[in-house]
Structure formats: C-alpha cells, structure tokens
Design a protein around this ligand. Structure first.
Ligand code: C5P
Length: 239
C-alpha cells in the first residue's frame, strides 16, 4: 500500500472468531479497528487483547463514556492498560468529564462524540439543544477540544463547519461513509463517499459494511473491497 490508510474498520460482529478473521485479512489496509460496546461487553479486555495480537493497526475503543468525572476517570484508567489509540466519550458529559478522561488515559487520544448522527434536528431540539444539530455539534466539539480531546466524531455533513470554525489542529473521524459503487441500501441515510469526506477535511473514516459485507464471498473479496476504497481515496475515483 503506497499510502497510509485513513480507514477505521467498524468490527461489528458478535463473533470473536469472525472479528479475528476480519482483522487478520484487512490489516494491511486499515489504520485502526473500532471495537464498540457490543464487542467490549461480550469479550472484554481479553477480546481486545486478542484483536491486538493479530494486527499492528491501532485500536479505537468506542465505549462512548458518559458519567460523572470521577467515574469516567476510573473507566478510562481501566481501559488505558489496553493501550487503545482512541477512546470515545460523549462531549455532552462536559468539560470536567472530558478532562478527567484525558488525564486518566494519557497515552490514548480521547475522542469526543458530538451529536449522534442518528438524531435529526427535531430530536436534537427535543433533547434541549435549541440551536439544532450543526451549531450544537460545533459547540460541543469546541468544548471537547478545549478540555483536551484530540479528536472528534461527527457526521460527514458537519466536517466543513468543524474545520471552518475550529481549524485543523485535531482529528475528525466520521462514519456515514458509502463508496459510490456501494449498491446495498441500508440504514445510513446522509452519506458521503470516502473521497468526498477526505476532501471536506476528515482525518479518518469509520467504515463497516461496505467492507465487511464482502466477507460472505470470502476473505479475499473483503480485502479487495478495503484495497479499492484506499485506492479510490488517493486516485480520486470514488466520486
Ligand atoms: O457499516 P457502517 O459503515 O454503517 O458502520 C458504521 C459504524 O459507525 C457502525 O459501527 C456504527 O455504529 C458507527 N456509527 C455510525 N453513526 C454514528 C456513530 C457511529 O454509523 N453517528
């Protein structure tokens, strides 16, 4: 691979063996593996260590921590031993909570989730963010970065506003990515292609099914799908 991959693979499976197989076959093309709550609650720290054994790629622990600062500090310290490159927290937990996570896991990039992209403007207002999704997401990202977060998670449609308002000195990680040739219709509605998201200013792209759905046709097909996305990003063919 001539270029460093910006892909974070969403390891969304309830089988540890499947996860290990996916990781082993894609790791040449993947920057980090995203292990979420389902994985962590099913397989715990031991499962995370098993994944780390089969790949040199980074680990993205998507635990979306959200509690009082003392509790989040304890949780962050507990997972710090697994040396994840990224650990997610909800930005809405506030400045002190984010700062507590940063201090408790100094070797990980604390990554703040802004507004969940599953929420539309009406949902966001109903929760109490009167300004709506985009301004609220930018505001939460600003707060999180001031508190020491190194990265934020947002919708691809929010990337430009994040860069315009908050600059370049932090990583933007975005799900909702669909290659132009991805034909399967699924639950991602407001999407961008990998190349569009990178051009808009994303640092990393969280991608799951556009790669993992090919496992059904064999590991080589899955690896090819990952390789093609990386190629498309750098050759500009994904538009
Ligand atoms: O398969 P797909 O590419 O849709 O996977 C995207 C990953 O990003 C999933 O793990 C999903 O839970 C996660 N995610 C998302 N939208 C968010 C936050 C996380 O799709 N707002």
């Amino acid at each position: 691979m001539a270029h460093k991959s910006p892909i974070i693979l969403a390891v969304d499976t309830s089988s540890l063996d499947t996860a290990l197989e996916w990781v082993a076959c894609t790791s040449k093309y993947i920057s980090a593996y995203k292990l979420g709550l389902e994985f962590f609650l099913s397989f715990g720290g031991e499962g995370v260590r098993r994944i780390a054994e089969v790949s040199d790629a980074k680990l993205f622990l998507d635990l979306k921590l959200h509690d009082i600062p003392n509790t989040v500090a304890g949780a962050s310290a507990a997972v710090a031993a697994l040396t994840p490159a990224f650990v997610t927290v909800h930005a809405s937990g506030g400045r002190a909570m984010i700062s507590a996570a940063v201090q408790a896991a100094p070797l990980s990039d604390i990554t703040a989730v802004t507004i969940l992209t599953s929420l539309d403007d009406d949902d966001v207002k109903e929760i109490g963010y009167g300004a709506g999704a985009l301004p609220s997401a930018v505001n939460l990202a600003k707060l999180a970065l001031e508190a020491g977060a190194k990265a934020i998670v947002c919708s691809p449609l929010e990337i430009s506003a994040m860069r315009q308002n908050l600059g370049k000195n932090f990583a933007i990680i975005t799900p909702g990515i669909r290659p132009a040739d991805h034909s399967a219709r699924d639950d991602q509605a407001r999407t961008m292609t990998p190349r569009e998201a990178i051009d808009a200013g994303a640092t990393y792209l969280v991608i799951g099914r556009p790669i993992t759905q090919h496992a059904i046709s064999g590991m080589q097909r899955m690896q090819d799908a990952a390789a093609k996305i990386v190629d498309d990003i750098y050759s500009g063919n994904s538009r």
